[in-house]
Ligand binder design. Structure first.
Ligand code: DQA
Length: 143
């Protein structure tokens, strides 16, 4: 099984950025935790992070070889029809994840252009949101 993990704008600032919402670990530590969990499950993973909407769209367009995608589109979650359309254009199922509980935050974060087309949504468990998504993909029941 091959899973792609996509992180959008400002996720690379983890560790420095609003720890109350996003936790204290750095982006590198997050990637390491995900890598360890993927190894445990025998899942092959690739990472992509970009602060640019167009680069994320291009990455998704090229993701045909993956079985699944875990995406934290950051603030683009709440604004990007382009990322939505890109995800609709490929076969891979995706899980939308957020470190923070977006529903306990400002109203503009309650709107997502991705949730209704996602296989599932996991929010509010900080780095564990990604690990839970990976654990779910590892079950294989969705295939
Ligand atoms: C986020 C939530 C978004 O509202 C915010 O813009 C982010 C991070 C999260 O992981 O909690 O950048 O996606």
């Amino acid at each position: 099984m091959k899973i792609l993990i996509i992180n959008g704008p400002n996720i690379n600032m983890l560790g420095k950025r609003e720890p109350g919402h996003y936790g204290g670990i750095t982006f590198m530590e997050l990637e390491e935790l995900i890598r360890e969990r993927a190894e445990k499950h025998g899942i092959a993973i690739d990472f992509f992070q970009s602060n640019s909407e167009g680069d994320i769209v291009t990455c998704i367009q090229q993701a045909e070889s993956y079985d699944g995608i875990i995406i934290n589109a950051g603030a683009y979650t709440h604004t990007s029809i382009a990322i939505r359309d890109a995800l609709l254009s490929i076969k891979a199922k995706f899980i939308e994840v957020h470190l923070s509980n977006v529903f306990a935050r400002e109203p503009f974060r309650h709107q997502s252009y991705l949730s209704d087309i996602a296989f599932g949504v996991i929010a509010g468990f900080k780095e564990d949101s990604y690990l839970l998504a990976l654990d779910y993909f590892a079950t294989g029941v969705w295939q």
